[in-house]
Write a protein that binds this ligand. Structure first.
Ligand SMILES: Nc1ncnc2c1ncn2[C@@H]1O[C@H](COP(=O)(O)OP(=O)(O)O)[C@@H](O)[C@H]1O
Ligand SMILES: O=C(CO)[C@H](O)[C@H](O)COP(=O)(O)O
Length: 549
C-alpha cells in the first residue's frame, strides 16, 4: 500500500450466543469493535433441573443483532462471519425441523441447555463404565456434557424424540449449519462435549458400552462424521436464505465455530502485556489462565503436552488453540448465583429502587454501598462472620460432584440493605475461592499459572475482578475490548475469509493476530491487595477439604 492511502477496510461479524442473550459485533481488521447489539433469548425451566431453549428463537435473535451491527456498512466489505455459543444440545428431525426435548411435546423447546441436570442417573451409569474416554474429561463425565443428555432422550422420550431425530447438534454447530447448510461439526464442540478425539476420532466401544450403539451403526451421521478445525471455512458460505435473514451478502465466508468459553479464551489469552511489569511478560502463554465469567465461569489453561487434572475437563487437543492441549476448569453458576442471591433477598426491591434513582446497575450500587459501610477496614473484611459455599448447582471443578449444594453460615435476622450487600460480597468471594481451588488443582497436576485474563459479563464488575486478584494472589488482566468473546468469534470469521491464515500458534501468530484484532491491552490490571480476612480463607479451605472425595 502506498504511503498516505487509507488501507481498504475489511469487516468481520462475530456472533456470541450466551445463556441469557445473543450479542453481535462488527470488527475491522485492526481490531476495532465498531458496532455492538444484543438481544435477550427465551429460557424455560419446566421442572427442577430441566432447562430448555428454542433454536428458532435463538436464530431469530442472531438475525436481529447481526442486521443491527451491519447497518450503514458497505456489505461488500464484510468478509467473514463467526459464531460461538453455549454448548447446549439442539435436536432436529430428519428434515431439520425442531423436535421437543420435553414430556409436554412442545416443539418450540428443542434445546436441552448446558446447565440442565436432568440426566443424573445417566451420567452415573456412564461414569461407572470407567471407559478410557473419561480420562479426557478430568476422570468424570459431567452431567452438562452431551452423552448423558442423549442417553436421557433415548430412555425417556423414545417415540416422540429419539426415534424421530435426524440431527443432534452442539448449539455452535447448529448455528454454522443454519448459516451455510453444512452439517460438519467443529472440533471444539466434539472434543470438549462429545468424547471425540482430535487424534483418534470417535471411540465405538464407548457408545456401545453406554447403550448408544445407534450412533456407531449409522457411522455417526446424527452427531457428526465430518469434523473441521475452528475457523475453517464452511461450504460456499452463507446460503441465500440465511444471507437474507442476517442481512449479509450471499456467500459471505462462515467459520466452523467455537464454544463461547473457548471464543473468549481465544480473544484474551494471547494479549500483548509488554510494558506492564507483569510476571507473565516474557513467559510462555501457557502460564496464563483465561477466565470467561458470565452465567458460569470457565477456566481455560493450555499446555504443550497433555496434563491430566482430576476434576478439571480435558486435556483436549487443539480444541481452543490449535496444537495445544486445553484444560477447562469451571464453576457451573457464578453470574447466575450472584443474581440469585441478590434478587432473592428481602431488601432487593429497596436496592432496585435506589439503584434506579441513581441510574446505576444494582451491582454498581452495591459496590459503592460496601465502600460506604466498610469503615476503617478493607471491604473484603466485611464478611469475617458470613461465609458462602457457592455450589448451589453442584461443583463442576475440581470436585466434579454434581450432588453438592450451596451453604451460607453466619446468617442473622437482619434483612436490610447492609445485610444484602455483605451477602453479595461473601458470594463474590466464595466464587473467587472456587477459582483458587481450580488453579491449585491445575498447578498440582503440572500447570504453572502466573496471571488471570478475565472476560465475560462478570468482568465488568470491579469488585468481582478485585476479589479474584486478592484471593488468587495473581494479577488480573482485562483486555481493552470488553466484549472479548465477540472478538474471538470475529477472529473465526477473519480466518474463514482467508484474511488470517489460522488462529494457531500462541507465541507467534495468535499473539499478533489477537492484538491486531482485539486492539490494545487495557491498562486495567488488578493487582492483589490484602483485602480478605484470613477467616474467609480458613473457612473456604475447610469446606474444600470436607467436600473433597
Ligand atoms: N455491568 C455489570 N456489572 C456487574 N455484573 C454484570 C454486568 N454485566 C453483566 N453482569 C453479570 O454477568 C452475568 C452475565 O454475563 P454474560 O457474559 O452476559 O452471560 P452469558 O454469556 O452467560 O449470557 C450476569 O449474571 C450479570 O449479573
Ligand atoms: O460449558 C460451557 C463451556 O465449556 C458452557 O458453554 C458455559 O459454561 C456456559 O457459558 P456462559 O456462562 O457464557 O453462558
Amino acid at each position: 500500500m502506498s504511503g498516505g492511502e487509507p488501507e481498504p477496510r475489511c469487516y468481520y461479524v462475530g456472533v456470541d450466543v450466551g445463556t441469557g442473550s445473543v450479542r453481535a459485533a462488527l470488527v475491522d481488521q485492526r481490531g476495532a469493535l465498531l458496532a455492538f447489539a444484543d438481544q435477550p433469548i427465551d429460557k424455560w425451566e419446566p421442572q427442577f433441573n430441566h432447562h430448555e431453549q428454542s433454536s428458532e428463537n435463538i436464530w431469530a435473535a442472531c438475525c436481529v443483532v447481526t442486521k443491527k451491527v451491519v447497518q450503514g456498512i458497505d456489505r461488500s466489505q464484510i468478509r467473514g462471519l463467526g459464531f460461538d455459543a453455549t454448548c447446549s444440545l439442539v435436536v432436529l428431525d430428519k428434515q431439520f425441523r425442531p423436535l421437543p426435548v420435553n414430556h409436554e411435546g412442545d416443539f418450540h423447546r428443542n434445546i436441552i441447555m448446558w446447565l440442565d441436570h436432568r440426566a443424573i442417573s445417566q451420567v452415573q451409569k456412564i461414569n461407572e463404565t470407567k471407559h478410557r474416554v473419561l480420562q479426557y474429561v478430568g476422570g468424570m463425565m459431567s452431567v452438562e456434557m452431551q452423552a448423558p443428555k442423549l442417553l436421557w432422550l433415548k430412555e425417556n422420550l423414545r417415540e416422540t424424540c429419539w426415534d424421530k431425530a435426524g440431527h443432534f447438534f452442539d448449539l455452535p454447530d447448529f448455528l454454522s449449519w443454519k448459516a451455510t447448510g453444512v452439517t460438519a461439526r467443529s472440533l471444539c464442540s466434539l472434543v470438549c462435549k462429545w468424547t471425540y478425539s482430535a487424534e483418534k476420532g470417535w471411540d465405538d466401544s464407548f457408545w456401545k458400552m453406554i447403550g448408544l450403539e445407534d450412533f456407531v451403526a449409522d457411522n455417526y451421521s446424527k452427531i457428526g462424521n465430518e469434523v473441521l478445525s475452528p475457523g475453517a471455512s464452511l461450504g460456499s458460505g452463507l446460503t441465500p436464505e440465511a444471507a437474507r435473514e442476517l442481512g449479509l451478502p450471499v456467500g459471505t465466508a462462515v467459520a466452523a465455530s467455537l464454544i463461547d468459553a473457548h471464543a473468549g479464551g481465544l480473544g484474551v489469552i494471547g494479549a500483548d502485556v509488554a510494558g506492564h511489569g507483569l510476571i507473565c511478560e516474557g513467559q510462555p502463554v501457557t502460564s496464563r489462565l483465561a477466565v470467561i465469567c458470565g452465567t458460569s465461569s470457565c477456566h481455560m489453561g493450555i499446555s504443550k503436552d497433555p496434563i491430566f487434572v482430576p476434576g478439571v475437563w480435558g486435556p483436549y487437543f487443539s480444541a481452543m488453540v490449535p496444537g495445544f492441549w486445553l484444560n477447562e476448569g469451571g464453576q457451573s453458576i457464578t453470574g447466575k448465583l450472584i443474581d440469585h442471591v441478590v434478587q432473592g433477598h428481602a431488601a432487593f426491591p429497596e436496592l432496585q429502587a435506589k439503584a434506579t434513582t441513581r441510574c446505576q446497575s444494582v451491582y454498581a450500587y452495591l459496590n459503592s454501598h460496601l465502600d460506604l459501610i466498610k469503615k476503617a477496614q478493607p471491604v473484603g473484611f466485611l464478611t469475617v462472620d458470613l461465609h458462602v459455599w457457592p455450589d448451589f448447582h453442584g461443583n463442576r471443578s475440581p470436585l466434579a460432584d454434581l450432588t453438592l449444594k450451596g451453604m451460607i453460615t453466619g446468617l442473622t435476622l437482619s434483612q436490610d440493605l447492609d445485610d444484602l450487600a455483605i451477602l453479595y460480597l461473601a458470594t463474590v468471594q466464595a466464587i473467587a475461592f472456587g477459582t483458587r481451588f481450580i488453579i491449585e488443582a491445575m498447578e498440582a497436576a503440572g500447570h504453572s499459572i502466573s496471571a488471570l485474563f478475565l472476560c465475560g459479563g462478570l468482568s465488568k464488575n470491579p469488585l468481582f475482578v478485585q476479589m479474584h486478584a486478592d484471593i488468587t494472589g495473581m494479577p488480573v488482566v482485562l483486555s481493552q475490548e470488553v466484549e472479548s468473546v465477540l472478538v474471538g468469534a470475529a477472529i473465526l470469521g477473519a480466518c474463514a475469509s482467508g484474511d488470517f491464515a489460522s488462529v494457531q500458534g500462541p507465541e507467534h501468530s495468535l499473539v499478533s493476530q489477537t492484538t491486531r484484532v482485539s486492539g490494545q491491552l487495557r491498562t486495567v490490571i488488578r493487582q492483589s491487595i490484602c483485602n480478605v480476612s484470613p477467616r474467609n480463607r480458613l473457612w473456604a479451605d475447610q469446606c474444600s477439604a470436607l467436600t473433597s472425595p
